[in-house]
Each structure stands twice: as C-alpha cells, then as structure tokens.
Design a protein around this ligand. Structure first.
Ligand code: F6P
Length: 558
C-alpha cells in the first residue's frame, strides 16, 4: 500500500511527494514578487493563458512559475484527480455518504453517449423532461395555457431556496437581455414575510404562475411560502379548481408534492443523482426557460456541455477548471489564503458571488475526508465578492493594502449588451487596472517621488509615503468571454462547478453532501415549538433560553 494511502481508501495528501515539494517551494516563492516574474519573462501572458468553450483565462498575475505549475499538476495526478473525473462522468456513487452519483453533467449531455446510474441510462428521462419543459414553455408563452380569468400569464413567481433558487436566479438575471418580455420573473426564497409580501404586491393572481421548486419537497421555507402564495391566490379571485392552472412544481419527491396539493400532471421531475446546487440545468431552470424560451435554455446547456467536454478530455495543463482549482489549492494550502473573491465586471452577473458561495462553500466546507477521517489541512475557502466596479469603492481597499491574502477572479465580457457612451471601455479599463495594481503595487520610492512631484515638501512626502505604499504581489485571475450569452453563461457556471469538484477531489472530501446544514434545521424546529407555545426544553443553553424569553415577551418591552 502506498504510504500516502490510508487503510480506508482516501489518500493522505499531506504525505504525497508533490505536497512536500509544494511546501518547500512555497517558502521560496514567498520571497518572490510578481513584478520580477513579469520583468524576467516577457512571454508570461502567453505561457499562462488558456481558453476553451468560449472562456479565456489569464492566470499570469499569480505568484507562480513553471515549477509551481509542475508541482501542482503532479499533486493533481498523485491525488488521483483524473480517476475522480472519470468516476464522476461514469456515474459512480462519488457522493459516498449518501451513496449517490453526482451526475449533473447528464443534464447537459448533448452527445449520444449514455449516462449510467446503477447501470441504467438516465438520458431518456433527461430528454423526456426537456421535452416536457419545452411543451409547457411553449403553451405558456404562446398563451395557450392561461390563468383562471382566461388572461395570458404575465408573471412567474418561483418559490424555492438554496440551489432551487440561487442558480436559476443567477441565470435569469445574467440573461436579462434575452427575456422576450412575454413573462416577468420573480423569486421568493426567504422565510421572512417581507420577501413574499413585496413580490405579491407587484403581481396579479389572475396572470401569475407559481413554480414550487424543491428537490426534497420538505424544505420549510419553500413550503411555508407556497402556503402563503396559495392562500393569497384563493383570497384574491383564484379558486380551488383553478389552482392547477397556476401552481406547478419541480421535485424529486413526487408523492409529497401531490399530497401538498400539486396536480400530478403539473410536476416536473428531479433526481437524487443531481445535487441541489447543481440543479439549475434540470427543470429547476424552468423560470429561465419560460423567460428566455427553450432555445435559449438549450444554448445554456450547450455552453455547459462544451465545458464538460473540455474538463473531461483536455490535458491537465490546459484544463481550465483544473488550473483554477490548483491555483486555489496553492493559495489555500501553501500560502495561507482563507478566502477567494469573485468579482464579476458585468451588471447582469452580479448574482454570481451568491451562487458560487453556495456552490463552493456548501460543497467544500468539509472537515473530514470521504472516509470520515478529519483532514489536517484547510479545505474550501470563504467565497465573497460583488460586482465591479462598485467593489472598487468599497472592499478593494482591503485587497490592495490589507494584511490578508485574498486571491480574486475578475470576470468580464469583451462585449456589452448595452454600449452606452464609453461605459464598457471604462469598465474594462477599471477591471484591468485593478488586476494590474494588485500585482504591481506601488513602492515607497514611487510613492515618495509622486508626492514630491505633486509639490509636497520632503517632510510631508516622508510622512505620507508609507500610507500610499501598495505592496502588490496580490494574485488574480482574469476570466474573459465574448459576451454574456446563454452559451457563455452555461460554460462559465460549469467552469466553476468543475473547479469546485476538482478541489474537493484533491482534498479527498465529499463535495456533494451538506450535513452541516442539518443541525440548524433540527434545533430550529425545537425553538419554533417553544416560540409557538410549547413548554421550554430544559436542556437548552442559557443564551438561547434568554433570547426565546425576550421574543416571547416582546410586547411587554417598549
Ligand atoms: O439546506 C441546504 C439545502 O439542502 C441545499 O443543498 C438545497 O439546495 C436547498 O437546501 C433546498 O433544498 P430543496 O430543493 O430540497 O428544497
């Protein structure tokens, strides 16, 4: 048995040769400045630039050289990433704690290759569901399927949370220019009455279609919001008989949806081999299909498929998701970064950080390996970010001069949907200047000379210069694509899905379960019982007990 392989089957990656080499190499690279790497190598961009599926990645502004990449690629090999990729595409039960495959790639498989789960090809079901979506979308959009007063639908309200919300919401917002204005789309997720109240204020029950989105059909937030929507519908002109015209569901739990009152013929299937955060490609994407049309939805799938094929077949050193994954591992495990910023320079992509927070943090926020053994290294980073250039006037200060290392992805299309004045040139310039400033920085001497040139006295320049020093050497990736089209958005999201998978596979963790979210749900139910009048549980801690009391006596407080 390999010394790095534990008796249970997972590899202890800290015992791999490549891991040791990277640890030593990191000590050397900590002495290096990217300014010097660029000065020494005029071809740095060409060397560290790859593209596929319409996505281009410039990763030259990272603290690395050829040796770094060789060690990282070797780590991927020694951690058996190629075998893990094969296992995923073969439909093996790589989600071992739940004994399920993670086969979201089947949802966008445009080839004739079968995709097997337990030896059965799932492609006929996948295609049948796409056809079901196509018929439904056509009937709604062509106004054949109408509301209770025989008026065509004007609004869709999608009710769901987590993966049944963030993915479709991101894609509908990203593809706003493709909405054909047949239908408006709204999302309700939170169990905060204000969310649904504000959405319902702006829609008419006679012309609103509700899509209840829940893989499990047991999620409290979604079920409670659906009850509110149904009552609102009934109190505002809708009837029990017309509920079937206005409520459809997407779920893997057909029985629960039927019991809840959704008509059987209005249910779109989901499968347990698709994780919630990977489900936007299934019928969970129905709000997207309804707003942009099924052709657009298929183009989205085709972009993701192109990325899947690239990930499955490209050599490791030219593999976009893998390179992103390895860069993350380099910073997380060897250079001490604990977060990763997602900075889309595109208004339509402003929801990307929120989607990637779930995708990455719910997937790789894990502390034990696939065999349940605690890992001795860091796993998934904290994902954060927001739209550029807005962030430049907020948190970029910390990126430039803070004490933390926070690698960042700058994501920008070459073409805008809205060529207003010189806005896109200005936006592009901002994006590039940020990556340049992060990498290059400003030395004390430069800051001092600048101040003198501005007419400051020597004394004043000496006083101010330290504040103006920007160390630079801060890593970033620049991710470009032609334009935010359905195909490009599909490829971009799939890029991140595979990046997260590749990192999880190297870290030997299960990226496809999420047991960490369960405890809060269990405790929440107990607390709710108390808030609704049940006797207090004597085992509760004093803080929670005190806060419950505060809530129960809120009316007595001024
Ligand atoms: O609570 C976490 C989670 O299970 C996510 O993984 C999932 O995307 C979300 O809840 C919603 O679940 P469902 O689609 O079953 O309602």
């Amino acid at each position: 048995m390999d010394s790095a392989q534990q008796h249970t089957g997972s590899i202890d990656i800290t015992k791999l040769d490549a891991w040791h080499q990277l640890e030593q190499h990191a000590q050397e690279m900590k002495q290096v400045h990217m300014r010097d790497l660029f000065s020494q190598n005029p071809n740095r961009l060409q060397e560290y630039f790859i593209s596929s599926a319409g996505i281009q990645l410039d990763y030259s502004k990272n603290l690395l050289n050829r040796q770094t990449m060789d060690y990282l690629l070797e780590l991927a090999r020694q951690a058996r990433l190629p075998e893990a990729i094969d296992a995923m595409f073969r439909g093996e039960a790589i989600n071992r704690s739940e004994q399920r495959p993670a086969l979201h790639v089947a949802l966008r498989n445009m080839s004739h290759r079968p995709m097997l789960v337990n030896g059965v090809d799932v492609m006929p079901e996948v295609r049948a569901t796409l056809t079901q979506m196509e018929h439904f979308t056509w009937r709604i959009r062509s106004t054949q399927w109408r509301g209770f007063s025989n008026r065509p639908f004007k609004d869709i309200v999608s009710i769901g949370i987590g993966g049944s919300f963030l993915g479709p919401k991101l894609v509908s917002a990203s593809l706003r220019p493709y909405w054909t204005n047949v239908l408006n789309c709204h999302y309700v997720a939170n169990i905060d009455g204000s969310h649904i109240t504000e959405v319902l204020k702006h829609v008419d029950p006679a012309t609103t279609l509700f899509i209840v989105q829940s893989k499990s059909f047991s999620t409290q937030e979604t079920l409670e919001n659906t009850k509110v929507a149904r009552n609102w519908f009934l109190q505002n002109g809708g009837t029990e008989e017309s509920i079937n015209r206005h409520f459809v569901a997407v779920t893997a739990n057909r029985a629960a949806a039927i019991e809840f009152g959704i008509a059987e013929e209005n249910i779109f299937p989901m499968w347990d081999w698709v994780g919630g955060r990977y489900s936007l490609w299934s019928a969970i994407g129905l709000p997207v299909a309804l707003t942009i049309g099924m052709d657009g939805f298929r183009a989205l799938l085709s972009g993701a498929y192109a990325m899947d094929e690239h990930f499955r077949t490209a050599p490791l050193h030219k593999n976009l998701p893998l390179i992103l994954a390895l860069l993350g591992i380099w910073y997380t495990n060897f250079l001490g970064a604990d977060s990763h910023a997602i900075l889309p320079y595109d208004h339509y992509l402003r929801g990307l950080p929120a989607h990637l927070q779930q995708l990455d943090m719910e997937s790789n926020g894990k502390r034990v390996n696939q065999d349940g053994v605690p890992v001795s290294y860091q796993t998934g980073p904290i994902i954060w970010g927001g739209a550029g250039a807005n962030g430049q006037h907020a948190y970029h200060q910390l990126l430039h001069q803070g004490t933390r290392l926070a690698p960042a992805d700058f994501i920008i299309p070459l073409h805008t949907h809205n060529p207003v004045a010189h806005h896109h040139e200005i936006l592009f310039a901002n994006c590039l200047s940020q990556t340049q400033a992060l990498m290059w920085g400003k030395t004390y001497e430069e800051a001092y000379a600048e101040l003198i040139a501005q007419g400051k006295s020597e004394e004043e320049a000496k006083r101010l210069a330290p504040h103006k020093v920007i160390p630079g050497n801060k890593p970033s990736n620049t991710i470009l694509f032609h334009k935010a089209t359905p195909r490009a958005i599909g490829a971009l999201i799939a890029l991140y899905e595979h990046k997260v998978f590749a990192q999880g596979a190297i870290w030997q963790i299960n990226s496809f379960d999420q047991w960490g979210v369960e405890l809060g749900k269990q405790l929440g139910n107990k607390i709710l019982d108390t808030l609704l009048g049940q006797p207090q549980d004597g085992t509760m801690d004093s803080s929670t007990r005190g806060l419950i009391d505060l809530f129960l006596h809120k009316d007595e407080l001024s």
